[in-house]
Design a protein. Structure first.
Lengths: 172, 361
């Protein structure tokens, strides 16, 4: 199965558990028809905990807006709010689906697909607000737009707390 | 001996009919999103007149013609503040007292987004209020303002936002660069939904979703600064002749338009106002300190205004002595200019916490 198929299937399975399958897949199909660029894809949560990479492979401060993974983020950095790049602060829930960016890692020279799952269920963390828009698209291209509150569709509802920046994989 | 000051009664102010230089400044209150707000400012006096308190992830008030006596506000609430049962409503506030005088319950699906003018809109005859939903399924809620009832929901798969084009029609923009033309029945149900041909290349140079309307034409600007006129005709929406905001030399210097509400129009003069800045690709949300003014009919640039503070949002009053308003989400200052001369007139400080988009009567 191609990488693209795996990402889409993983996302669709995650969403099907939470919402009307027919309803959502109808929208998804239409969205994908318009998505010509491979990295602009929705992704689901549920990835296994990552193993630490080699020293220097992930340079920078996850609490800084300048950190390489934040190239298309818009919101409060979870690393400043009791969470980290891939885990939500206590008592908040990662959004089921989200938007993704493609960011360049200066540590190893590779481009990565980064999923900006929002953490949901409490009011704004209010710390480390960061907005960067590399490859961001308008609201009519939802899965490439950082202007949605991706807590929509989560069990917790739309109370937005902060945003993570989780590596999904290499952009090839 | 000096006379004593008289004892005073405790009363509440009421407002006269809206003046042409009143402006609503909406605030999503990003640091405390359960507590959205909209502030009404008298720009001539540089004075705040009042406010409404508008709930979770607030977008903007919607202003019908003055005779309606009310304004509309699509809102969302949780029964326990940030949790519990979500209830979405359109709240009606009377224009004299800014008090909630009615409420129309709608499906709890209203899109929670960075505020955008196209997240809601009225049909041209003011009868139906259209509200963009994202759950993440995409649809439009239709509310009948006459009966003050929820009418129904129109699915818009793959397409988002609401751009009214007539008394019974609107379009949404689709992710592939086409539009979805929707016509309504007299009852506000979907009569027809048709996708147009592809109008722009969303992968290479997307249009910002922050279009403005003059008559039968919606004007959008692409990330790279090309104006796309989309005209509603009897046969649907057609793309007119495209033109650039900046000359080739200016584009080479990085001039482009950007912001949260980066375009405004003065309808009587047919003038387009655009926030401009110098930057690279993907600076489409960056604020600017320049507002360039164009005649839409001739595409001619007629004015360049330097702003006092960074501007992420602009609006223009619609009278014959128009004012230009600017604000920016990262400050809370409303700046006011003579829109014809560009002369700075005054600032109003302390308007909300994170002011987003503005609406004028």
């Amino acid at each position: 199965m191609s990488r693209l198929d795996r990402i889409v299937e993983s996302m669709a399975r995650g969403v099907a558990r939470r919402s009307s399958r027919r309803h959502f897949l109808g929208s998804l199909g239409a969205l994908l028809c318009g998505a010509a660029v491979m990295p602009l894809l929705p992704v689901a949560r549920g990835a296994p905990a990552p193993a630490a990479g080699p020293a220097g492979a992930d340079p920078g401060d996850p609490g800084s807006c300048d950190y390489w993974r934040h190239c298309a983020i818009d919101g409060f950095l979870c690393s400043c709010c009791g969470g980290n790049t891939h885990s939500c602060p206590p008592g908040t829930e990662p959004s089921a689906i989200t938007w993704v960016g493609t960011c360049h890692n200066p540590g190893d020279g590779h481009d990565y697909i980064v999923s900006y799952n929002d953490c949901c269920g409490k009011a704004s963390c209010g710390r480390c607000l960061c907005n960067r828009n590399e490859n961001d698209k308008p609201l009519y291209m939802p899965f490439a737009s950082n202007d949605y509150n991706w807590c929509a569709g989560s069990q917790s509802g739309i109370a937005y707390n902060c945003s993570t920046a989780r590596i999904v994989g290499r952009a090839r | 001996m000096r006379a004593e000051l008289p004892a005073e009664p405790s009363t509440s102010e009421s407002l006269p009919p809206a003046g042409p230089h009143w402006v609503w400044v909406n605030d999503v209150n990003f640091f405390s999103m359960p507590d959205g707000q909209a502030f009404l400012i008298d720009a001539d006096a540089g004075r705040m007149l009042g406010m409404v308190s508008t709930g979770y992830s607030f977008n903007s008030v919607v202003l019908p013609k003055a005779a309606a006596g009310v304004i509309y506000s699509p809102e969302a609430y949780y029964s326990r503040g940030t949790r519990g049962t979500r209830t979405d409503v359109v709240t009606l506030y009377d224009t004299a007292h800014l008090k909630p005088v009615g409420e129309i319950q709608i499906p709890p699906k209203r899109a929670s987004v960075m505020p955008m003018s196209a997240a809601a809109g009225l049909t041209d005859d003011q009868r139906f209020l259209l509200i963009y939903n994202f759950t993440p399924s995409q649809s439009v809620t239709v509310v009948d303002t006459r009966s003050r009832r929820f009418v129904g929901e129109i699915e818009t798969p793959g397409c988002g936002l609401v751009y009214p084009t007539g008394a019974r029609s609107f379009f949404s923009i689709c992710g592939d660069g086409a539009l979805l033309n929707v016509t309504l029945t007299e009852e506000g149900k979907a009569a027809a939904r048709e996708r147009t041909a592809v109008m722009f290349d969303g992968a290479r140079d997307p249009l910002t979703e922050k279009g403005i309307r003059l008559g039968d034409t919606w004007y959008f600007v692409s990330f790279e600064g090309t104006v796309y006129p989309l005209r509603a005709t009897a046969h649907g929406v057609e793309l007119g002749r495209k033109w650039p905001l900046a000359t080739q030399a200016e584009r080479a210097q990085g001039w482009r338009s950007g912001g949260l509400q980066h375009l405004a129009v003065h309808r009587a003069s047919g003038r387009l106002y655009a926030i401009m800045h110098r930057g690279g690709p993907y600076t489409h949300k960056d604020p600017g300190t320049d507002v360039w003014v164009y005649e839409l009919a001739s595409h001619k640039r007629v004015q360049q205004i330097s702003t006092r503070h960074k501007a992420g949002s602009i609006a223009v009053s619609q009278d014959d002595q128009p004012l230009l308003y600017t604000c920016f989400i990262e400050s809370n200052v409303l700046d006011i200019y003579d829109a014809q001369t560009g002369r700075f007139l005054r600032s109003v400080e302390g308007v909300g916490q994170t002011p987003t988009i503005m609406v004028t009567p």
